[in-house]
Design a protein. Sequence first.
Length: 445
Amino acid sequence: MGYHEACGAIKTPYVAKCPQHKQRAVRFPGTASAAELVFYCPECPPGTFINRGFGASCDCALGGALSFTVHRSGNVFKPRGISMINPPRREILIRIEQAGGGERALEWMLEGMVGRRLTESAAAQNPASIRKLLEDRGFDDATISAMISAMPDTSESGKSTLALDPELRADAERQAKQVALATFESRITIADLLARSTSEMLRDQYRAEYPRALRRAGIERIELIDKFPVLTAQFGYTRGKPNPGDSRLRTYREKTGEYIVYGDLAQTEALLVKLDPVMVLSWLLRKGFALPNASGNREAAETILAAMGPADRPNDLTEAVIELVHSISHAFIKRAAVYAGIERSALSEVVLPTAFSFFVYAAARGDFVLGGLQALFESDLHLLLDGMVDDEHRCALDPGCEDTGGACAVCLHLGEPSCRMFNTRLSRKALAGGLGYFDVTTSAS
Ligand SMILES: [Zn+2]
Ligand SMILES: [Zn+2]
Ligand SMILES: [Zn+2]
Ligand SMILES: [Zn+2]
């Protein structure tokens, strides 16, 4: 079929018959290119032809040639959409905002996600979030100001306000809020597994094997979210080259011109994987970044965030952290697919670099949740982590792959439905090979 990249029109290919003999025939070129098809008339003298390819132009105002290919090609129609963590009920979003929103969420992440959910952690003590809380409760301005000025000064009570690039702070608060939203209604920790298990064998595994494997992999925590709220929305499609920027996005519109987004809100299962900030800092130091040393998770996380540039203006440190979290996410997904018995393309990621975290979630199929990630979480997590650390980290395509960044379809790439970052910012060098994360974590434990 023919398509026009610029306007999105599709046309049935058409080739005229020989005007004299009313016949036409085709010679296949032995390639997949429609432009090399030769149409000729069997009655006319050899060497003459009617048409090479379908060669037609679009009759739209933009003009230009149609491209021809088989109808099932991804170039003809590529759906464009997003998935995002979306609370199933608006009330949850309101409760998080009233509790202090992104600022409270960031504080909660830095403190190690204490409590079952964000709203059970210690409330933020700073005047701005208290003002917001009081406003939401309906107090008037004068009363709020009086109450805030009567508050004891907490600025000397240890927790200094973290000095961050304002845009980076916005990134970090937004990502922390995503974790807070996702974990608000369901959250199962390894401590929960231990508490509810009656099998001595499993209890030993949760007490000894899991913590050991997490430590060796430099992972602070893995948690199961069995009602992970994800919104999948389709807003349009492209024809032609699949890479962003190479083709024109056709959005879905009403006849009135209004945009339409087709959405599907579902709850599925997910794992939250959060790297150990102390290990991330050690790794960054090993790579040669000039950062102060820090003790403890909170101090290490703050040290890294204070040196990071925002996603829109990334510095080398931002790039290194994104590449690390993203590469571990892919290495994890490849193995999780095997252990969870889920097709790899049915697992997707949400990468949250400023939270040193990522979510792996299973594609939602209606109301049905397969339970593969839960089974993995309950019984094979240590095997997966040990494998991720100890497996061969070379690629079958080395040295070629190594020389071009250390990530290719054979080793670290995932299919397009799984990866939201188009397989960029990935490298096996972030994982192993001397300056890799696992080189640091295994020598520390
Ligand atoms: Zn057109
Ligand atoms: Zn003819
Ligand atoms: Zn490779
Ligand atoms: Zn990815």
